[in-house]
Design a protein around this ligand. Structure first.
Ligand SMILES: [Zn+2]
Length: 130
């Protein structure tokens, strides 16, 4: 029991204390109060979890048959996709990439970026910019 504070820690743990700030200040500043609080908190929480605790935990878990598969479904999809990519690479399915050169008409890029600049300037003007 702390000699400086006269606080009912069980009320604080049960969320029935009206002056919670006083309790929290004591926890911040007084090692004796902190120890008293922890001594009460840990056994009581482990022995008596809050009402509905087990139901909330079970509801949060995936249920039904195949729940392990559901939990690992994204990983399994990734592994299948990576394996198929390796098979296709080995078979040469992507060899065509890079074997073709694309011909761009002269001045195409200049016109493309000029058009993009016009679009961006239009956005800026419509949004109230300069
Ligand atoms: Zn204290």
């Amino acid at each position: 029991m702390c000699s400086r504070h006269d606080l009912d820690w069980q009320k604080y743990i049960d969320d029935q204390a009206e002056n919670r700030e006083e309790f929290e200040k004591a926890l911040d500043t007084c090692p004796s109060c902190l120890q008293e609080y922890l001594d009460l908190l840990l056994p009581s929480r482990l022995a008596n979890p809050s009402p509905g605790f087990a139901e909330r935990v079970m509801a949060a878990l995936p249920s039904g048959p195949g729940r392990a598969y559901q939990a690992y479904k994204p990983v399994i999809h990734y592994l299948v996709a990576a394996s198929l990519t390796l098979v296709f690479l080995e078979l040469g399915a992507f060899d065509w990439v890079g074997s073709h050169s694309f011909q761009v008409a002269p001045g195409f890029l200049a016109r493309l970026f000029g058009g993009l600049g016009d679009v961006i300037r239009g956005f800026i003007t419509n949004l109230g910019g300069v």
